[in-house]
Design a protein around this ligand. Structure first.
Ligand SMILES: [Zn+2]
Length: 272
């Protein structure tokens, strides 16, 4: 039986800035995504500002069970060390796991050696593999086409299936994310700009058309997407695709229960 008082299953966007210019100038906040699913807390891609933004939103890092990196680039990993310290109360409460691709852990690690014993486990992510953290399971996608080893993720928890899609479109990508009710897409570019290996707005639209989720959330905006006003872009994309497309806002807390009903599930918390 589910506990009536059980906390909601939510996805909080600590920030919405993506790639170097938006992140460097902090035109929007950055810091990744905080998942609270069936009572399990997971931090995804702790980019610059993760510590500050999570503390500001009263998200307690000591409650985290895992930190997951899709890849080693700074906008996804800069606060990994400080968040490990926060998760483990400075190493006095050893627990939790760090999941990251091999190249984020080996040659030039994103985690300092003295912090490695603070966590209970360091797990090397491999393509198309399923992992579990307490009440949550997640499966990595095929390896993305990006300069460093990168995986998107499909989460299953609390009766929901949702996906986080990291970078650059290629035709086989959608297959990894089929069946997701919700997809979160990192949309850095307004148009594909090879050789820049990021997802663009037309790529996002193509993924939505192929995967057909109930809801898609655009986030991790590059400068030009930001200038095009993501909320306007999202509304137009909703009309064209028939899926509900939302532009994330800094601090937005998305309640997964909203996937079952039609009115907007996104509750935007005060930006402060
Ligand atoms: Zn990257």
């Amino acid at each position: 039986m589910t506990n009536q008082a059980a906390a909601a299953d939510t996805i909080t966007f600590l920030g919405t800035a993506g790639a170097r210019f938006m992140v460097s100038r902090q035109l929007a906040a950055s810091g990744g995504i905080w998942l609270s699913l069936a009572g399990t807390q997971i931090l995804l891609d702790p980019g610059p500002g993760s510590l500050v933004q999570s503390a500001k939103r009263k998200l307690n890092a000591e409650k985290l069970s895992a930190i997951i990196l899709s890849h080693r680039h700074l906008d996804h990993s800069a606060d990994t060390n400080v968040m490990i310290e926060a998760m483990t109360n400075g190493g006095f409460h050893q627990h939790g796991a760090l999941y990251a691709p091999a190249d984020a852990l080996d040659t030039e690690p994103v985690i300092f050696s003295y912090l490695r014993n603070f966590v209970a486990e360091i797990v090397t992510l491999k393509a198309e593999t399923t992992y579990s953290v307490d009440e949550v399971s997640f499966t990595t996608s095929v390896r993305h086409d990006h300069p460093v080893e990168t995986y998107g993720l499909v989460f299953e928890a609390a009766g929901h299936r949702f996906a986080y899609i990291a970078d650059r479109y290629f035709p086989e990508l959608a297959a990894s994310y089929r069946g997701a009710e919700l997809i979160i897409i990192n949309t850095v570019l307004t148009e594909p700009r090879p050789p820049i290996a990021h997802l663009s707005l037309p790529d996002a639209e193509r993924l939505i058309t192929e995967i057909k989720p109930r809801t898609a959330i655009l986030s991790h905006f590059g400068m030009h997407v930001w200038q095009a006003r993501p909320w306007v872009v999202a509304e137009e994309m909703s009309r064209r695709t028939g899926s509900r497309v939302i532009a994330a806002r800094d601090g937005m807390k998305f309640d997964l229960a909203g996937l079952e009903s039609s009115p907007a599930a996104a509750k935007v918390e005060k930006n402060g």
